[in-house]
Design a binder for this molecule. Structure first.
Ligand SMILES: [Zn+2]
Length: 230
């Protein structure tokens, strides 16, 4: 029993860190967000709601500058002030904003939001726990291996999630009569939009698949749907 105590402790530590990350993120979002009520966005958000058979789609505005959209572990959808500003200046259209919301709705519907917490805030906890376990058997290089495994796992998980959320968004946008064009045009703009912000690349973008790959995946999907209709 004593032999397994360090492993058990490491697992308990990871669980506690995960819980703490969820709590901290939720609290941060509560403190720095308000409901987004924009009369020019309401019509497109309502189209998404109708396609989902929901009375309305609720979106929150998160007061930070980096251009981003996110789905919280509790299922709420957020876009950042920075992103909303791009809409206000006309750089991003209402339909393109809807495509971001559709993508985030996909993360919620597919149950990614909880797992993504591990990708971001909880990643260090996983890394530490793995390092503690591996160092028992492989002194010295255990930490190094733990780092590698954690990074690989996180990148794989989040890339897979992105394609799935894109696919969900493409279907939802098509059903809502908005179509996939805004989704693709936004991808083309995204790189330019995010790179301008002081040169600092947001963490979520680093784990995202390449823009051309995401567009190609949507086009493949459309091909498949076209063939199914014929
Ligand atoms: Zn995403």
């Amino acid at each position: 029993m004593l032999k397994f105590t360090p492993i058990l402790l490491a697992l308990l530590y990871a669980l506690a860190m995960y819980r703490f990350s969820v709590w901290r993120t939720t609290r941060e979002l509560d403190a720095r967000s308000t409901e987004l009520a924009d009369p020019r966005l309401k019509p497109v958000f309502d189209r998404l709601a109708r396609a989902l058979d929901l009375p309305r789609v609720r979106v929150h505005l998160y007061e930070i500058d980096p251009v981003n959209g996110l789905a919280a572990p509790d299922g709420r959808i957020f876009i950042t002030r920075g992103f909303f500003r791009k809409f206000q200046t006309g750089e991003v259209s209402a339909e393109e904003m809807a495509s971001v919301i559709a993508h985030e709705l996909g993360h919620v519907a597919l149950g990614h939001a909880r797992r993504r917490m591990i990708d971001f805030s909880g990643q260090n906890a996983l890394r530490t726990a793995l390092a503690m376990i591996l160092s028992r058997f492989l002194p010295g290089i255990g930490v190094w291996i733990a780092n590698g495994i954690t990074s690989l796992l996180a990148a794989r998980l989040s890339r897979g999630d992105e394609y799935e959320a894109d696919e969900y968004a493409a279907a939802l946008l098509t059903k809502a009569g908005i179509g996939t064009e805004p989704q693709k045009s936004l991808f083309r703009k995204l790189e330019a939009l995010t790179s301008g912000a002081g040169g600092a690349m947001p963490a979520w973008l680093m784990s995202h698949p390449r823009t051309e790959d995401r567009i190609a995946a949507i086009e493949k999907l459309e091909d498949r749907w076209q063939r199914a209709l014929r």
